[in-house]
Structure formats: C-alpha cells, structure tokens
Design a protein around this ligand. Structure first.
Ligand SMILES: [Fe+2]
Ligand SMILES: [Fe+2]
Length: 283
C-alpha cells in the first residue's frame, strides 16, 4: 500500500511540467486546473458532496493506472515498427492520464477533502500474448486499452458532460472527454491501418482474442461501476451535477456503446464483432 498524491513538488522540473500542461496537453481556452481557495458555485447537501468526493477519489487511481498502460505500449509499438505518430501520441496519452488523476484529486480538494488516496500502487505489466507476433501482440493490447476501454470512457464522459452543471467540475469533465476521444482514436487508427496487411495467422489470432477482450472489458467495467443502494432522485441529481453519474446509468451506457458503437466498428473493419460479443467470455 502507498499514497497517491499528485501535488507539484519543488524540483527544477516543475516549470517544465507547467509548460507541458499549458501547451502540449492543452484543450480549449481555459485550463481546467482548480486554484486553491476557489469555492463551489452551487449549493449541495453534505451527503452529495461526500459521495461525489469519494467518486472522484476512486477515479484518480483508475486514471493513474491508465498512464502505465499507455507508457507500456510504447516498447510494443517500437517492436512492431509502428510509425512515429503512434509513439508520440501514446506518450501524450500517458501524460494525459497522469494529469487526469491530478485533476480528479484537485476535485477531491475542491469538494473539501484531502487530495490523496491510500491504495496498492503496484502496477501490472501488459499481457505478452505468448506466440503472437509483435504486431498481433500490440494490436491485442491496443484493442483492449484503446478501442474498448477508451471508447467506453468516451461515451460515459459524453453523458457526464451533459449532466455536470457545476462549472469547475464541468471544465474538468470536458478536458477528460476531449483527451479520451484521442485515446480511443489511437487504437482504431492502428487497427484500421494494419488489418489489411496482417498475415492469416495474425488475423486469426485477433479473432480468437476478441471474445476474451469483450468478456474481460465487461467484467472490468461492471466492477468499476458498482450498483449503489437506490438513492432519492434529488440526491441523484445533485450527484450528476457534481460529475458523479449513478452506476446504473453507467451500466446502461456500457452496453449501448459496446452494441451500437464497438461491435459495428469491428464489423466495418471485417472483424467478427457480433459473433465475438455473443461468445464473449472472461479469461
Ligand atoms: Fe483518462
Ligand atoms: Fe484515456
């Protein structure tokens, strides 16, 4: 166990970090970082604030773990001879995720909490997919991390963006949303570019992987969106305003995005999306 804290240190790299946030990682006109001392504009019950604070705290860990996934994709992209834009964008995605985690903890502070969380900070290596070629290996991992995970996040965030009315929180949700769109694009672009030149073995390997990946993402997302006990409608609305969408709504979006976006996209690319979703199974 350890503490995840994302406050800036006082090292000579601090200015460079701030420059990156202002330039390379920028979206829109106003940076979403929340300065100390800024107060919530709306008024909310103590219960809503507490639940929203814990939701953002839990999200920080998830965002931070995604940074490891993207940075670990770099060596696999190098081994598979991906063109340079995939390598730079994957590192941008890793930086985005660290920033997302910082923004989540900013929101914890904004909601009156201590911006840190105690968690198991051990990270997991990416699957090696024994026997797969370098291209198939990275495509499998990109399918999971980008085409599935990030496409689902994009839809969840689009819903949150609609419902979050507290302005500072909304700005954070907008940054997350814009970044996740790029993170999903990375996977679909690589898959679309490489599919036509895959060998029969590589393509067959990907087709075998799809039901496993779909089963695993379903399990992972359901785990990340537990069903809370039913709550009064007024509290539910307050939570939505604070960017904490109910797990029930999240689960509905999960199935809609898999069935209406992801499966058809695989089919368009000539991959067996429908059959794989019907056969999905957790590894
Ligand atoms: Fe993220
Ligand atoms: Fe992301």
């Amino acid at each position: 166990m350890g503490f995840l804290r994302l406050g800036l240190g006082s090292s000579p790299l601090r200015t460079e970090h701030e420059r990156l946030v202002r330039t390379a990682l920028k979206r829109g006109d106003e940076a979403p970082e929340i300065p100390e001392g800024v107060r919530l504009e709306g008024s909310y019950s103590a219960r809503a604030i507490e639940i929203a604070r814990e939701a953002w705290r839990a999200r920080a860990l998830h965002e931070h773990q995604s940074a490891c996934v993207f940075s670990r994709l770099l060596p696999q992209l190098i081994e598979a001879e991906a063109s340079v834009e995939y390598k730079t964008v994957v590192l941008r995605a890793a930086m985005d995720e660290i920033r997302h985690a910082s923004l989540c903890l900013d929101l914890v502070r904004y909601l009156g909490g201590v911006p840190e969380l105690e968690a198991d900070l051990v990270t997991q290596p990416l699957p090696e997919h024994a026997g797969a070629s370098a291209r198939e290996r990275v495509l499998r991992n990109v399918i999971f991390a980008s085409c599935l995970s990030e496409t689902i996040s994009t839809s969840l965030l689009a819903e949150e963006r609609e419902m979050t009315t507290e302005p500072r929180i909304r700005r954070v949700v907008e940054q997350l949303s814009a970044d996740e769109i790029l993170h999903a694009k990375l996977g679909w672009a690589l898959l679309g570019e490489w599919l036509p030149s895959l060998t029969d073995d590589e393509r067959a390997g990907l087709c075998r992987y799809l039901p496993l990946a779909l089963g695993a993402i379903e399990e992972k997302m359901l785990g990340a969106m537990p069903l809370p006990p039913p709550i009064p409608e007024a509290l539910r609305e307050e939570l939505a305003a604070l960017g904490a969408v109910d797990g029930r709504d999240g689960r509905e979006i999960l199935y809609a995005v898999i069935e209406d976006v992801i499966v058809p996209r695989f089919e368009e690319l000539g991959l067996p999306g429908k059959k794989s979703w019907a056969e999905k199974r957790a590894a």
